[in-house]
Design a protein. Sequence first.
Length: 139
Amino acid sequence: MAVRMRKLFAIIALLAFPSQIFPQNKSTLSQCDAVATTVRLQANEDFQRRINELTFKMQRLTSTGWVFSLEDAKGRDYIYPVNPSLRLNSSQTLGAGYGDTARQSLSRGRELRFLLSETDYDVFDPYVTNALWPYNFSG
């Protein structure tokens, strides 16, 4: 059953990816602890806002809500690789789906990790690829 959403109020706190997993020189680490934004959308609208070198996007889904991402200029999503589950990632979907009604989905807050740089993405992406498609692993 499709639920029509007239307005959406979302506050999304995005937490930085922990540097302990991939140790780096402390002087080169980005200094991002959290980003918060409030978005109000009509059911047929998309949204995007630039945050430094990345763009936060909310794209409407066919009659079910929105999916959001934090993308670089190449269109690579810096949220997706570090927020399980990878195949059925309901954490980036706002609206009906994954067994939730629109009301249930919108009533939950979201705290998501994200990568901070292209270098982090390039280091982490092979782990995601190999986890999802291990038969392609050649290492």
